[in-house]
Design a protein around this ligand. Structure first.
Ligand code: NAD
Length: 265
C-alpha cells in the first residue's frame, strides 16, 4: 500500500531526469499516485516524453505558464483525464541569463517582470484552476530557495521572485484552506539541475552547503520527493502556509564557514 494510493497529481517543471520535479514524480509514482506532467515547449519533448513513457505516465501536455489561454486549455484536459485532482507541484523558475550574476542594482524592468511572472505569479492561476478540481481537498507545493530570506550572492532577481512566491503560498493557504486545500513551499538546498546551471558560482554554493550544513549532506531530488510525499499525503493534513526546508539545516546557521576555515583562525 502506498501513501498516495488513489491520488492524482499534476506536476509542472520536468525538463529532464535531473529536474527536482522528476524526483518528486518518481516518489509520487512509488507511493501509488497517478501523475500527469506539464512541460513548457517543444525543445523539452525529446527528454520528457521518453521519461514519461518509461514510467507509464500517459498524460504529458505542453503549457507555457506565461499564457492564460494555455493554462486554461491545460486544465480543461486535466479535468477530462483525471476528473478529480489531489496534488499540484509548481517547480518552475526562469530569469533572463543577464539578470543572474550581475550587480543587483542593474536588474532591468523587463527582466524583473518576466522573472516574477514565470517564477511567482504563475502559481496563482495554476492554484486557482487546480483547486477547482480538488473536490476532495488537496495539496499544492511550490519550490523555493532560501535566497528569499537572506542575501545570496548573484541570485538577484530570482531572490525577489522567491520572496514573492513564498508570500503567494501563504495567501493561497489562507484563501484555499477552507475548502480543504493546503499550500506549502518546499525549500531545498542547492541541487545540480538545468536551472541551477544558470546561477553563477553554483559550485561554490554546493561546496559550502555540503561542508557547513548540520547534516554535512546535500539535498537530492529524492529527498525533496520524499518530503513532497509527506505533504501530499494525509499525514500532512494540518500543515499549510509553511516553508519546509530540505537543506540539511543550513538555514539555521549564523556563521557559514567550514571546520578548516575555523581552525585556520
Ligand atoms: P529545472 O531546470 O529542471 O526546472 C525548471 C523548470 O521550469 C523547467 O522544467 C522549465 O521548463 C520550467 N519553466 C521555465 N519557464 C517556464 C514557463 N514559462 N512555463 C512553464 N514551465 C517553465 O531546474 P530545477 O532546479 O529542478 O528547478 C525547479 C524549481 O526548484 C525551481 O523553482 C527552482 O528555483 C527551485 N529550486 C532549485 C534549487 C536547485 O538548487 N536546483 C534549489 C532550490 C529551489
Amino acid at each position: 500500500m502506498g501513501l498516495l494510493d488513489g491520488k492524482n497529481a499534476l506536476v509542472f517543471g520536468v525538463a529532464n531526469k535531473r529536474s527536482i520535479a522528476w524526483g518528486i514524480t518518481e516518489a509520487f509514482l512509488r507511493e501509488g499516485a497517478t501523475v500527469g506532467l506539464s512541460y513548457v515547449g517543444e525543445a523539452l519533448e525529446k527528454r520528457v516524453f521518453p521519461l514519461a513513457e518509461e514510467n507509464g505516465i500517459d498524460f504529458v501536455e505542453k503549457c507555457d505558464v506565461t499564457s492564460d489561454a494555455e493554462i486554461e486549455a491545460l486544465f480543461g484536459k486535466v479535468g477530462d483525464r483525471f476528473g478529480k485532482l489531489d496534488i499540484l507541484i509548481h517547480a518552475i523558475a526562469f530569469a533572463p541569463g543577464d539578470e543572474l550574476g550581475g550587480r543587483f542594482r542593474d536588474i532591468s524592468r523587463d527582466g524583473f517582470r518576466l522573472a516574477l511572472d514565470i517564477s511567482a505569479y504563475s502559481l496563482i492561476p495554476l492554484a486557482k484552476h487546480a483547486a477547482e478540481l480538488m473536490t476532495e481537498g488537496g495539496s499544492i507545493m511550490a519550490l523555493t530557495y532560501y535566497a528569499s530570506e537572506k542575501v545570496m550572492p548573484r541570485y538577484n532577481v530570482m531572490a525577489i521572485a522567491k520572496s514573492a512566491l513564498e508570500n503567494i503560498v501563504r495567501y493561497l493557504a489562507a484563501d484555499l484552506g477552507p475548502q480543504g486545500v493546503r499550500v506549502n513551499s518546499l525549500s531545498p538546498g542547492p541541487i545540480r539541475t538545468l536551472a541551477a546551471a544558470g546561477v553563477p558560482g553554483f559550485r561554490v554554493m554546493l561546496h559550502y552547503a555540503e561542508k557547513v550544513s548540520p547534516t554535512r549532506g546535500l539535498a537530492t531530488q529524492e529527498d525533496v520527493g520524499n518530503v513532497a510525499v509527506f505533504l501530499a499525503s494525509d499525514w500532512g493534513r494540518q500543515v499549510t502556509g509553511e516553508t519546509i526546508y530540505i537543506d540539511g539545516g543550513y538555514h539555521v546557521l549564523g556563521l557559514t564557514v567550514t571546520e578548516e576555515e575555523l581552525s585556520e583562525g
